[in-house]
Design a protein around this ligand. Structure first.
Ligand SMILES: Nc1ncnc2c1ncn2[C@@H]1O[C@H](COP(=O)(O)OP(=O)(O)OP(=O)(O)O)[C@@H](O)[C@H]1O
Length: 386
């Protein structure tokens, strides 16, 4: 074992990440408009459970590799852990500042590399002064040279990855999450990235990395989390898990194409049919007391983001939408925002600027007539007293 690798799972070590029965359901709506319609109505689309009750605990200073075949939920888990997307149910507790390095993560294509450094740096909690101080180092590490002032949309995927990696490691996070970004650069950059990761390990930071490079996993990880079609198949010391994973991969490769497809389809069907009740019944058999079963129920059904809106939320959206339409319509009629604020009744009366001018003129005429009448009366009174 290399000297930079920490020995793991001391129970008195600080917990950095704790996942309890984390699930992630994607609604298989064809378009975003369909998703919006579904959120406002009771319409539902078929569900796909990318994560089906993932639980694990990671301690300070550990390097954890996340492995699994394509589509097993690795990126989804990394996104939930870094707060980019919410879990559907269960709980993900993260103790410390997180930085996610993934190809393209958080980079804006229509901004230059330099502008992206500032934006992403600020989003990661760096101050402008800190960014100014680190700017040259970030650019130098990224090896982008003069390209740093070009728009990111013109970068190759390797260049984007280099920039993202460089920004994230300079943000000095507590917990570093690397989603397949260790092998997209060229050989020199990859070596440099690995050295940076080793520096982080030596500093006692917690690192999660997703990789399909099994040799790299064996060399770098203290423990391995093996995700299999949205479930944790194994979580434990690197060599132990990797031996089982290698065995699985070899057996899978020996299946014929149609057997492989059948195996995948069966598990994907299970991901579509999954319910929280299934998760509860699978898990409850392992607990001894009613009290524990109650606690388990609470944890499993802990909904962070209900997929449907409450009735009052729908009403607020409808009212806001009506207001926006009314204001937009009147502004389009050249009524002006000032007029709307001064005469809010115009929103519902259907008045146009022409009608409002006529009203103003009528008011002015009436006021003038009243003043003239008042003056006449005053003159009359004065004459009488004389
Ligand atoms: N926004 C989405 N809507 C619907 N399904 C999604 C969405 N994002 C991911 N999925 C599905 O969730 C499953 C897990 O995807 P994820 O990207 O997390 O897998 P992965 O293990 O990282 O895969 P790979 O190794 O290929 O990168 C996949 O079946 C994918 O099709």
């Amino acid at each position: 074992m290399d000297e930079w690798r920490a020995t793991v799972t001391d129970s008195d070590k600080k917990i950095k990440v704790q996942a309890s029965f984390v699930t992630k359901r994607y609604e298989m709506a064809p378009t975003n408009a369909d998703k919006m319609k579904a959120a406002l109505s009771n319409k539902t689309f078929p569900s796909f459970w990318a994560l089906r009750g993932v639980s694990f605990t990671a301690y300070e200073g550990e390097t954890i590799a996340v492995v699994g075949t394509n589509g097993s939920g690795k990126s989804t888990l990394m996104k939930v852990m870094s707060g980019i997307i919410p879990a559907t149910s269960g709980e993900m507790k993260v103790n410390g500042a997180v930085s996610l390095i993934a190809i393209n993560a958080g980079l804006r294509g229509n901004m230059s590399g330099r502008e992206n450094i500032r934006l992403k740096g600020l989003m990661m909690g760096m101050s402008n002064q800190e960014i100014d101080q680190k700017m040259d180092d970030i650019i130098a590490f990224s090896e982008l040279g003069d390209f740093i002032d070009q728009q990111v949309k013109n970068y190759s995927s390797g260049m984007k990855s280099k920039l993202g990696f460089s920004i994230s490691v300079h943000a000095d996070p507590d917990i570093l999450i690397i989603d397949e970004a260790l092998s997209v650069g060229d050989a020199t950059f990859n070596r440099k990235s690995l050295e940076k990761i080793r520096e982080f390990q030596a500093q006692g930071k917690t690192i999660f990395f997703v990789s399909h490079d099994l040799q790299q996993v064996r060399e770098m990880a203290d423990r391995v989390l093996w995700l299999h079609f949205g479930k944790v198949r194994m979580f434990g010391p690197t060599n132990e898990v990797m031996d089982h994973y290698d065995e699985f991969v070899n057996e899978y490769k020996q299946l014929s194409q149609s057997e492989q497809a059948q195996y995948r389809n069966e598990l994907r069907d299970a991901q579509e049919q999954f319910t929280l009740d299934d998760l509860y019944h699978e898990t409850v058999s392992d607990v001894a007391s009613t009290q524990q079963a109650k606690q388990l129920k609470k944890e499993i059904y802990y909904e962070q983001h209900p997929s449907k809106m409450a009735r009052w939320e729908k009403w607020i959206i409808v009212v806001l939408a009506c207001l926006m339409i009314l204001v937009g319509d009147k502004i389009a009629l050249n009524l002006g925002f000032k007029t709307i604020v001064e005469k809010p009744a115009t929103l519902v009366t259907g008045w146009t600027p022409k009608k409002l001018h006529a009203l103003d003129e009528r008011h002015a005429k009436e006021t003038k007539e009243k003043a003239a009448l008042h003056k006449q009366q005053q003159n009359g009174k004065r004459k009488e007293s004389e």
